[in-house]
Every structure is written in C-alpha cells, then in structure tokens.
Ligand binder design. Sequence first.
Ligand code: HAM
Length: 419
Amino acid sequence: MNVKKPRGTSDILPAEMPAWRFVEDTCRKQAAIYGFSEIRFPTFESTELFARGVGGTTDIVQKEMYTFTDKDDRSMTLRPEGTACVCRSVVENGLYAASLPLKLYYLSNFFRYEKPQAGRTREFFQFGCECFGPSTPQADAEAILLGSSVIRELGIKGCTLHINSIGCADCRPQYRAALKEYFAAHYDELCDTCRARLETNPLRILDCKSPVCSAIAAGAPKTTDHLCDNCRAHYESLKSILANAGVDFVEDPRCVRGLDYYTGTVFEFVHGGIGAQAALGGGGRYNGLIAELGGPELPAIGFALGLSRLIMAMQTENVPLPGSAENSLYIAPLGAEAAEATASLCERLRARGVVCETDITGRSAKAQLKYADKSGHTFVAVIGSDELAAGTCELKNLRSGEKSSVRIDADELARVVKA
Ligand code: HAM
C-alpha cells in the first residue's frame, strides 16, 4: 500500500518545527501581553454555523467547505475559519455575561477546499484574536497593534498594513447601490464570477484578481466616500490612533475581505515577497455576528494571521531563528556494564530536568559520538569501566571543544550541564 497525504495538506517535519514553535510561542506571548486568553473549539461544527456566520455569498460557503453527513444524518463541516466558532462558543457559554471586553485567541488548524498553490493549502493554521464588547476605534487599533506586534517580533520587515472601512448597515446599502450602478455599466467586460457577484455581493468585485475586473475596479466608487458620519468619525479616529502609535498603514479602498460578517473597519497585513497569496493575515469589525448567532447585540473586532505565510515571509527575508537556550548531554557507554550504569544515570539526570540521551541501539562509541553531534547535543561524556572505577568522566562541550573532568554523580553533572 502506498498511501500519500491528501492534496493541499503538509507534514510538518522535525526540521521545520523550530520555526513553527518560534511563531506559535511568539503569538502566545504577544496575545498574553495584550491581555487575550486562549480558547479552543471543535474541529467540526454544524454546517449551519458557517452558512449563517460566514455568509452564503462567500467563496468559503459556496465552494470551499469540507462538509459531511454524520451517522445521525446531521450536516457537519470541518471549521473553515475561527470567528464563527468563537462567536458560537461565546453565545453558547454565555461568556458575554462576564466583564467586558472579552478578549480571546486561538491557534488552530482550518480546512478549505481551495486550489493549492504556494501559501494556499487545504489545511492551514491560524493565530486568531477576537475582542468582544467595545465598539471603539481604540479596540480596532488594539487588534491591529497586536497583529503588527507579532509580525514585528518575528523579525518580518516587508509587511504593509492596509486599512479600509466598508461602512455599517446605515451607509453600506447606499455604497452598494453606487457600486452596482458603476459595475453594471461594465457588465459585458466582467468575468462570470463577478457578473454573479453584481447581484449577490458587488463589494467582492473589488478584490477580483482577474486583470480586466481589476482594471475596472480601480475606477470604482470608494467606500470611504460613502461612509455615514459615525463610520467616518470612527475611521478617522482609528487612523489617528495608529499614526500616534507609530504604525505605518496605507488606505486601500479595495480591501473588502472575503467574508460577509464584516462591518466598518477592515484590514490586511500584506507581504511583498511571498507570491500571489500575499496576505499574512487580515480581519475587521463584525458587530452583527453575535446577534446573528442568537446572542445579544455585542460589537466585536478580530483578525487572524496565517502561520505558514508568516514562516514563508521569515524565510524570504532570511530572518534567523533564535537558537535553543537549553544545554543537553549525550552519555556514550562503552560495554554492557557501563550501558546499565549510564541508563540509570541518564534517568537520574532527566529527573533533575537535564535534556539527556544515552545509547539504546548497542552501536559503537564512534557511531554514538556521530549521533550526539548530529542531534545537536551540547555535551558528550564517554563512560566505560575505567571511568566507572575512577568515579569521574570527561565532559566535552561539542560547541567550544572544551573538556573538563566531572564526577559521575547526577547532581554534579546536572549542575555543570545546566550552567
Ligand atoms: P481570512 O482572511 O480568511 O480571515 O484568513 C486569515 C489568514 O489566514 C489569511 O490572511 C492567510 O494568511 C491565512 N489563510 C487563509 N486561508 C488559507 C489557506 N487556504 N492556506 C494558507 N493560509 C490561509 C479569516 O479567516 C477571519 N476569520 C479572520 C478574522 C478573525 N476576522 C475577524 N476575526
């Protein structure tokens, strides 16, 4: 049998894990610094959650969901994104009754049946943050600053923040009408998808990637020219908070996002060096979603960063990964008697928190030393009958080449290795 992984999925192999760990640790650290708590939610949910939450006119719901019928004839879907899941959990668990703002984050895998290409897979990982309660531009700014801080702490420099406001229930209908009128005049030139979007969701024509639609969209009315007084004041205030915080941004009237739940502020972190799938992450305000899912009127803002794209950006920019801070020891026994002694010594060292390995293969000392070096151990000690009789061994630092004589004693060895 020759079974391969499903198309659009990846194995994350041990050699790649340091980069993933660094990215995940940085996300967790920054989330904590900004006062966000972790939440986890099911890998699959009722299909209805995404149909209602993400929106029936989105590509996600129309084309990309992994939907199946379970043995009880219920329609289930592998989560294609996290915002609807978090909102469902907030409503179901009444989390909004606690003191607000409620600030939650997740590091999870998601599933979308998309055409795989560089930076786009069918299973992917996101760091997502959602803030419930405040409707202030300060809350928008905090979410943007948190996302920016992760990108900055990872050492990524070539990323640009795009911001826009797509208006609220009061001003969007008027903007929609203006867009419809504009695109209707170009109906014959639009691609088939955009012709359909003209009726269902004309905003989405603005981010169509086809060159013809894109050229037409460049002359389309701008959402920021159609905002109501509230949305305009909110947007202006957000811009000045970001400017005061020293965050560079570009105003991008074509940043409209691909999900239906957004209201007002939307934004994307775009990287110039990772190819066509250039968004490291994106988000925005979604003030109506909690009520849509049966909860109270509860304003919210959030975003998600794609972990594999963050790693791609770091690799493109040759950002070095921090080395492992922890020293480790490999003990190479010579002969059966020594192997028994080192097995128990190794275990005593592990009980003292020392990262420690010894031989479990029965191979030669030379092969063991090669293994110790390749595995990246800091120290190596060879212990045979002479060393056991003398009660001391030679500890070699594989990085500096320095050698020292150390008593064969767990406390003593632990002290030297951890120093
Ligand atoms: P999204 O723009 O669909 O937003 O996804 C956010 C990020 O996840 C993207 O910018 C990208 O980095 C990554 N991503 C999305 N799809 C893929 C894929 N197929 N392969 C690799 N990476 C991918 C959302 O999901 C919203 N829930 C964000 C949000 C949170 N809005 C408010 N709160």
